[in-house]
Design a protein around this ligand. Structure first.
Ligand SMILES: CC(C)(COP(=O)(O)OP(=O)(O)OC[C@H]1O[C@@H](n2cnc3c(N)ncnc32)[C@H](O)[C@@H]1OP(=O)(O)O)[C@@H](O)C(=O)NCCC(=O)NCCS
Length: 137
C-alpha cells in the first residue's frame, strides 16, 4: 500500500467529508465558510484520495476540523497517520496547541493520539461533541 500525505485544495476535501461524515447530506452542507482560509491535507492510498483534514491557525494555536477517512478504509491506521502528520506540521510551525471539537464517539481515537478533553460535552446539529486538545512542546 503506497500512502502519501500532502497539502490539497479545499474543494478536494468535500467529497471525502460528505461520504465519511455526512452520508445523505448534500455537498453544500459539508463546506465551511472558512475553507479558503484553511490549510488542507489529503492522504492518498495508491494515488486515491482516502482521508482529509483541514487546519485553521489562529496566532499560536490551531483548530483542525473535518478529519475524515473513507468508511471502507477506516481502522487501518490511516487516521493515525493523518493526525501525526498534522501534529508534526504544527510543531514545525512552532504552534503551542492543537485542538478540535471531537465527536464524542471518536474520543478514544484522539486519546490514543495524546489529546485530552477540555470542558463539557455539547450538542450541535443532533451530534454530541467535546473539545479536545494537545499541548505541543
Ligand atoms: C475518526 C476517524 C478519522 C479515525 O480514523 P481511522 O483511520 O479509522 O483510525 P485508525 O485506524 O488510525 O485508528 C487509530 C486508533 O484509534 C482507534 N479508533 C479509531 N476510531 C475510533 C473510535 N471512533 N473510537 C475509539 N477508538 C477509535 C483504533 O482502534 C486505533 O487503535 P489502536 O492503535 O489501538 O489499534 C475515522 O473513523 C472517521 O473518519 N470517522 C468518521 C468521521 C469522524 O468521526 N471524524 C472525526 C470527527 S471529530
Amino acid at each position: 500500500m503506497n500512502v502519501v500525505i500532502e497539502q490539497t485544495f479545499p474543494s478536494l476535501t468535500w467529497a471525502i467529508r460528505q461520504e465519511a461524515m455526512y452520508p445523505g447530506k448534500d455537498l453544500e452542507a459539508v463546506k465551511l465558510d472558512d475553507d479558503f482560509n484553511g490549510i488542507h491535507f489529503g492522504l492518498y492510498v495508491n494515488h486515491a484520495l482516502t482521508g482529509v483534514v483541514s487546519l485553521f491557525i489562529d496566532q499560536d494555536r490551531a483548530q483542525f476540523r473535518k478529519l475524515a477517512v473513507l468508511p471502507h478504509m477506516q481502522r487501518k491506521g490511516l487516521g493515525n497517520l493523518i493526525i501525526q502528520n498534522l501534529i508534526s506540521f504544527c510543531k514545525t510551525e512552532k504552534l503551542s496547541k492543537i485542538w478540535c471539537n471531537a465527536r464524542v464517539d471518536a474520543i478514544g481515537f484522539y486519546e490514543k493520539n495524546g489529546f485530552v478533553t477540555s470542558g463539557e460535552p455539547f450538542s450541535r446539529n443532533h451530534l454530541q461533541y467535546i473539545k479536545m486538545e494537545l499541548l505541543l512542546g
